[in-house]
Design a protein around this ligand. Structure first.
Ligand code: SER
Length: 879
């Protein structure tokens, strides 16, 4: 039997033996392609090779590419788990020819691999081709000996990546499970049955498609093929559902074990949803995506929550998903080491999200109950509500429909669709048409023409260089003069281009007869350093010899900040745990901003320990070591790599400090940034703030060196000023503040007591006694200096004196009025405290009052009208 893991290797080896360069799977988040949400086919990372925008590393390549399809052109999330063929995550086996072999080579390779290496019976195979593709038909006859009856011509045999990108006609290979299985051949009315399954798609790439619908010929005809690993595994393992293949059976077994529920009946679907979504969410997290409310993070969240609702349906009492990560790592960690590295991050992200979702699940149920209460039996639940439940609380429409059906209600489906469509449009707008795509194309073209910029800034701050290209307003320009801001490419530069969370360098540029300011440096097309220059004097044109000089101080601080960030990252993992991973960073000439995954605010003690570790490594004052290595070797050697980052053939590995509790380095990370020579150059490290930026993501801001010293000095100055103010040593300031605070609370309480005494008639001031109004005993008073809070105990006190009647008090404090009304004894039958209080409040220009029929309170903005309020209250009593 061919397990998924064996099949994957068999495929790679077959093509490797036939001169294909093995290319590891790219991260799921497309690099350099803002038009696409996730890599959804094996060819996506090679898009620029097909279009000619970049030169491929070899004419032939083979890969097993991680793919996510979760909504959009190629997949509908709602099917996943319920059919045997839809997956949100799958692996695509693919061989590629970048202008090397074309149709014949593609068909020969595919046929030989499946019939010889995999041993599929040729009699069970048939193919589809595009209607006019006589070449393909002839090749299938020649190479595979297929009769015309098994070569079906279909209009739909055309493949494109999306609305834009490379495309062409294709041929698909189908496997026939045999006539004991229901279903018809491709193109027949019952083609959706399980009998004939598509196993391999060979695309004959010919054109590039543009957003306006036009097409351009590709520089050369090319081949892109894709075979779903899970699908071919079903054929070889003699099953019909992807979920019956070895890997899925193992994952479902783990899910059964963790929930104690067998995968039978309806529960089977829930388990299938859970294991499919476990794969997609874990891989997305390993590639750096975090759940959020927009873009990629939102898609991730929706997939996660769909699985989590199914965990809930299975009756899982505890969050489930994070308990399944070990099984996934066992199954796939060998082929995808990033999964193993990110395991703690994956588990922690899943756990937090599931805990959070369990809270909204409850809230969703309350919202549903409230909404159905308003609708009433036989009514229709508004589509907006159903959509809100779906979208915000993760309730699929059918769940909501089931729930309301039981109450004799239905859902306004049209309204739901309208809301859904609006949301889909928004989601699409959020990640297409960013306009970056076009500009990126320009830079790739320049990169092909000029090659990479020679970056010499690791050890030089000033060089002579040649200006190669000037850009203005997105296009090349022949020259520029004083007052203009332009983008410039030089053959070499000491200016670091913003990347990896290190800000771009600033500095000076000078040439014969002119000068300018480099206000920023950006990186484009991977390794072009684009200098943004404000020309101050003279005229600048390509070919000019220039002197480029960095702002040295700014760079020095930037170096210290960047190195300190590596130490901070290591310290966070030591102190908080290995689930901490970098989520984002920005270091510049001023400060460090570092975002990382962690569920709760840091305690003061944790912050102390982190600072202490970093400063201890700074004081070791060991030289920083950089080495160039192959990425695999670096990761093997323990270098921390960023999740979802694509690395070149050679990476820089930076080692800082010695471990504090033993041998080995303190921090080893892949990094192309600029760094200190020795850790002591950082001088000092101080965290100045810690906050939350998104669910499960914290942010630390910190300073190093001189800015850190100044910050500490400012803090010290504040305590010195306090000490002077209190005329006490700094060490006693806190005690003094605490004592003052206690004293203030005591005095406030005494003051309130005194006011109450006074109001109650104590202290000798004559007070009006109870009077009779409309046949009831009323004690009505305006009380100066008594706020709303203090009126209640006074009213309680008066209730002891007025057993059957009304107590009506209007207090005035800080310019505002407060009303308290209590009704006691038989008077309760005739009077409502809330109504009486309201009469007073309205008379004083306020809004209203609240409380019980026998006790109510209210407030009004204008204390000067207290007497008016009381008079209105009395009038109300008199009726
Ligand atoms: N790009 C094609 C597909 O995704 C073949 O790899 O099916």
């Amino acid at each position: 039997m061919s397990s998924l893991n064996q099949l994957r290797s068999a495929f790679i080896n077959y093509f490797k033996d036939r001169d294909h360069l093995v290319i590891p799977s790219a991260p799921l988040v497309p690099q350099n392609d803002p038009t696409l949400m996730f890599v959804n086919a094996g060819m996506v990372p090679f898009k620029n090779y097909f279009t000619g925008a970049e030169t491929p590393p070899a004419p032939r390549a083979v890969s097993v590419q991680k793919c996510v399809r979760a909504g959009g052109k190629h997949n509908d999330l709602d099917n996943v788990g319920y059919t045997g063929r839809h997956q949100t995550f799958f692996e695509m086996l693919g061989n590629f020819s970048f202008g090397d072999y074309f149709k014949e080579g593609a068909i020969e390779h595919a046929w030989a691999f499946i019939t010889r290496d995999l041993g599929l019976d040729p009699a069970r195979l048939m193919v589809t081709i595009a209607p006019d593709d006589d070449d393909a038909a002839a090749l299938w006859r020649k190479i595979a000996g297929l009769p015309d009856s098994r070569i079906v011509r279909l209009e739909e045999n055309f493949w494109s990546m999306g609305d834009t990108g490379p495309c062409g006609t294709n041929t698909e290979i189908f496997y026939d499970h045999g006539d004991h299985v229901p279903g018809g051949p491709p193109g027949s009315p019952d083609e959706d049955g399980d009998r004939f399954v598509e196993i391999w798609n060979l695309v004959f790439m010919r054109w590039e498609q543009f957003a306006d619908g036009s097409r351009k010929d590709l520089p050369k005809p090319q081949i892109d093929t894709g075979m779903g690993l899970e699908r071919i595994a079903t054929v070889l393992q003699g099953v019909h559902s992807n979920y019956d293949t070895d890997m899925f059976r193992a994952l479902i077994a783990a899910s059964e074990e963790a929930t104690g529920v067998k995968a039978q009946g309806e529960a089977r679907f829930s388990h299938q949803v859970i294991v499919d979504h476990l794969r997609s969410t874990s891989f997305l997290i390993a590639d750096g995506v975090s759940p959020s409310n927009e873009g990629r993070g939102y898609v991730l969240r929706r997939i996660m929550r769909r699985a989590m609702r199914h965990a809930h349906l299975l009756g899982a009492a505890e969050p489930l998903m994070h308990r399944l990560t070990p099984a996934l790592v066992t199954e796939m960690g060998e082929a995808y080491p990033e999964l193993r590295r990110a395991e703690p991050v994956i588990a922690e992200t899943l756990r937090q999200e599931e805990e959070r979702f369990r809270r909204t699940l409850g809230r969703g149920m309350s919202l549903l109950e409230e909404a159905t209460g308003q609708v009433g039996p036989g009514g229709v639940l508004p589509g907006e509500t159903a959509f809100k439940l779906y979208d915000t609380y993760g309730f699929p429409l059918d769940l909501t429909q089931d729930a309301v059906r039981a109450l004799g209600m239905s859902v306004d489906l049209e309204g739901f669709d309208v809301a859904m469509k609006r949301q889909k449009d928004q989601a699409r707008d959020a990640w297409t048409g960013s306009g970056q795509a076009a500009a990126a194309g320009e830079w790739f073209a320049l990169r092909e023409r000029l090659g990479p910029t020679d970056f010499v800034g690791h050890d030089q701050g000033e060089v002579t260089a040649e200006l190669l290209v000037l850009m203005g307003e997105g296009a090349e320009i022949p020259k520029a003069g004083a007052g203009q801001t332009v983008q410039a490419l030089f053959d070499r530069t000491p200016f670091y281009g913003e990347s990896g969370g290190q800000a771009g360098d600033t500095g000076e540029v000078e040439w014969q007869g002119g000068r300018g300011r480099v206000i920023d440096t950006q990186k484009q097309a991977g390794d072009l350093h684009v200098h943004v220059i404000e020309i101050e004097s003279g005229e600048l044109a390509p070919g000019a010899r220039v002197r480029l000089a960095l702002d040295a101080d700014r760079r020095t601080t930037t170096r210290a900040n960047h190195s300190a960030t590596h130490l901070l990252h290591a310290a966070l993992r030591n102190v908080l745990g290995p689930h901490v991973s970098q989520k984002g960073q920005m270091v510049d000439g001023e400060r460090i901003r570092f975002d990382f995954s962690h569920g709760q605010p840091l305690t003061l003690e944790e912050i102390d320990r982190i600072e202490a570790e970093v400063n201890a490594v700074i004081r070791q004052n060991l030289p920083a070591e950089t080495k160039n290595m192959a990425p695999e070797a670096a990761i093997e050697a323990g270098a921390m790599a960023l999740f979802g980052e694509k690395y070149g053939d050679v990476v820089r590995v930076l080692t800082l400090g010695r471990a504090l509790d033993g041998d080995g380095a303190y921090s080893v990370e892949l990094c192309g940034g600029t760094h200190v020579a020795r850790t002591g150059d950082i001088a000092l490290f101080k965290i100045v703030s810690e906050s939350g930026v998104a669910a499960g993501v914290r942010r630390i801001e910190a300073l190093t060196g001189e800015p850190a010293r100044r910050w500490l000095l400012d803090q010290a100055l504040v305590s010195r000023q306090l000490a002077e103010q209190f005329k006490t040593p700094v060490s006693e300031v806190l005690g003094r503040v605490e004592a003052l605070e206690a004293q203030r609370r005591k005095l406030e309480k005494e003051l309130a007591d005194a006011k109450r005494q006074l109001a109650m008639g104590g202290g000798g001031a004559p007070q009006a006694g109870p009077e009779e109004i409309g046949g009831v005993q009323v004690l009505a008073r305006v009380m100066d200096g008594v706020g709303g809070k203090d009126l209640r105990p006074i009213a309680e006190e008066f209730k002891k004196q007025i057993a059957d009647g009304i107590i009506a008090l209007v207090g005035v404090a800080e310019g505002k009025a407060a009303v308290t009304v209590a009704v006691t004894g038989a008077a309760k039958d005739r009077f409502n405290a809330a109504e009486l209080a309201k009469a007073a409040v309205i008379a004083m220009g306020g809004q209203g009052a609240g409380g019980r029929p026998d006790f109510a309170q209210g407030g009004a903005p204008d204390g000067a009208r207290a007497a008016e309020g009381l008079a209105a209250l009395k009038t109300a009593i008199a009726g």
